[in-house]
Design a binder for this molecule. Structure first.
Ligand SMILES: [Zn+2]
Length: 78
């Protein structure tokens, strides 16, 4: 993490606090001794389905169930 004041690459974490879905860290630059705050969050994993016609669509679990149900409806599979 580069210092926003002097661009130094060496910073150290002086305080860490967890707040719901993110982690807040206070950092201190070892070059200019100034402090700044960073936030760490989890990147959400979005699954996109690329359909046969090339269209993109958000993945929906229900559609899988519906498809399996439809495929099994005319068989002896319960
Ligand atoms: Zn600095």
């Amino acid at each position: 993490m580069r210092c926003p004041y002097c661009d130094n690459q060496n910073t150290r974490v002086v305080d860490t606090r967890e707040a719901s879905e993110k982690v807040r860290r206070r950092r201190e630059c070892s070059g200019c001794d100034r402090r700044f705050t960073t936030y760490e969050t989890v990147e959400k994993v979005d699954i996109t389905v690329i359909k046969r016609d090339g269209e993109n669509e958000e993945f929906r679990e229900e559609k899988i169930y519906d498809g399996v149900e439809r495929a099994a409806s005319k068989t002896s599979i319960t």
